[in-house]
Every structure is written in C-alpha cells, then in structure tokens.
Design a protein around this ligand. Structure first.
Ligand SMILES: [Zn+2]
Length: 287
C-alpha cells in the first residue's frame, strides 16, 4: 500500500512540475557569451520547443500575456510542443499545438498576397511560432561544475551534471567533431571536452570545436571521467525536460488577438495540411 501511495505522490509531483521533486537546484546550464568549456556525457534527447513569453528587453510582447507566467498556476516560458512526443522522439502526427497552428496560419496568409502591414505582422508571427529543435544533454560545466543541493543542514555546492540545451547550429559543429576525430565524444572513457562559443552578431550565434592539448602539435584533449564524475547521477532527461503543458492553458494565455486568430481559423487551419485528402473539406466548400 505505502509503495503505491509513494508512487502516486511521485507522479503527482512530476506532473506539478518536478521543481519540488528534487533537492537539487541550478541544474540547467546557460551558455555564457564567449567560450564555454563542457563535456558531453551519455545520450541526448531531442525535444521541440516554443518560447511563448514576452521579452521586454527586445520590446517584444511575445505570444502570451505576461500574467500567464506569474503565480502558482503559471506556465513555463519555454514549452514542449504538444505535437512532439518526447519519449519516442517523434512527431505525434497530431495538430493539437496552438503555437504550431498559428505558424501554419501565418504561412497561409503570407502565401495569399497580404498587404504590407499584414506581411510584417505575419512574418514576425511565423518566426515567433516556429518550432525549435533542441537537444537536451547531460554535461559537465568545466567552469562551474557544481549544483546546489538542499540538505538538512542547508544549501551545499556539490559536483553535479547540468542539462544543456543545444541548438542545431552548435550541433552541426558537434557532429563535425564526431566525424573529424572519430571519437564518441559523449563516451565516459574516450570522450573529450568541447568549446561552445556564443557570439552576438545580428543575433546570438553558436559554434563548437573540440578542446585541444597544449602539446606541439596539439592533440585532442580526451577527458576520461574521473571517479567522482562516474559516481554522480545523470539527470533523467525525460523527467526533467519532457513536461507537457495543456494546450488549453496555452490558448488561454495567448494575447487576445492571437486567440481570435486561432478561433477564426479553426476549421481551415486543421485541414491546411491536406485539403485534398479531406473529403469533408470539399463538402464544406459546396455548402
Ligand atoms: Zn508546436
């Protein structure tokens, strides 16, 4: 009995966001401007996300209203796309995601000779609603390899893995390093550190290269994991990064004009992928 109660409590905590589930904090790795020295460990998990919050620094109102990100019932600023199955790393084949729907609507409007004002609005909306492909990966942060552990005696800094979000731009370089070195970069024994550089150009850009030794000529600096690193627990990426937000909550949080746009286009947007395949689409047109 007590086991099943504990099991249910764990599930409940996970659904509520996982934040309370763990006594470890500061586990998400943020790339700093400049060089970031990290060691990839174990397998990555692919997620598809949307950033839906306002970005006041860019004077961008974002897709959703600021209130949605405050209070106990707040939603996350970056959500997993409801149409992406994190567990199986595959498209669900559904079209439940209101943000992807807005993206499809924008695409339709832009194809349909919009005026200049519409063009600008829908171009921005198309870009803001694009699904982002991100790889979640356990890493050792060489500059600051510590996480905060909350114990009975208070907070304590201990060695711990962090979760990095690696976009496709950096990943293309990382893939190149795999090919060039022939090494399994993420392997406990033969892997090596990499340097991910974050630079501000027209936007933030990411590139990656392998870390080299100071020998002459320099060699790839392989970094077999130490005993401490081997003993530390890797984050379970599905649990940490697979949380889903109810699409209805996302719709509720949208700016009202975007919600209206979604409602107005409810019929056509859901069939925009395959008007030709949908027998009802033809019938509706006749009516
Ligand atoms: Zn989506």
């Amino acid at each position: 009995m007590s086991l099943s109660v504990r099991d249910k409590m764990r599930k409940l905590r996970e659904r509520r966001g996982g934040g309370n589930r763990s006594n470890i904090r500061d586990i998400f790795f943020d790339f700093e401007p400049g060089d970031n020295l990290i060691r990839l460990v174990d397998e990555f998990r692919e997620v598809r996300t949307h950033f839906i919050a306002p970005a006041p620094k860019r004077s961008d109102r974002g897709l959703c209203q600021a209130e949605a990100f405050k209070g106990d019932d707040r939603i996350s600023q970056v959500i997993n796309c409801p149409d992406w199955d994190v567990e199986n790393e595959a498209d669900r084949g559904t079209s439940d995601c209101p943000i992807c729907k807005l993206n499809r609507i924008s695409g339709e409007v832009l194809k349909d000779s919009p005026d200049e004002q519409e063009k600008e609005f829908f171009r921005n909306l198309a870009s803001a609603t694009r699904q982002r492909q991100v790889l979640k990966w356990n890493v050792i942060d060489r500059n600051n390899p510590y996480v905060t552990k909350l114990g009975s005696g208070g907070e304590e800094k201990v060695f711990g893995y962090k979760i990095a979000s690696i976009g496709m731009e950096a990943f293309n370089d990382i893939e190149g390093i795999y090919d060039q070195t022939g090494l399994e970069l993420h392997d406990q024994d033969e892997g090596c550190d990499i340097i991910v550089t974050k630079q501000k150009k027209a936007r933030w850009e990411y590139s990656a290269k392998v870390a080299m030794t100071k020998d002459k000529p320099p060699k790839v600096a392989q970094t077999p994991l130490t005993d401490e690193e081997r003993a530390a627990e890797l984050h379970r990426l599905i649990e940490r990064c697979g949380r889903q937000t109810d699409p209805m909550k996302i719709i509720d949080a949208l700016h009202p004009d975007l919600r209206d746009l979604l409602e107005l286009n409810d019929g056509p947007s859901s069939s925009s992928f395959g008007d030709d395949d949908d027998p009802l689409a033809g019938t509706q047109k006749k009516i």
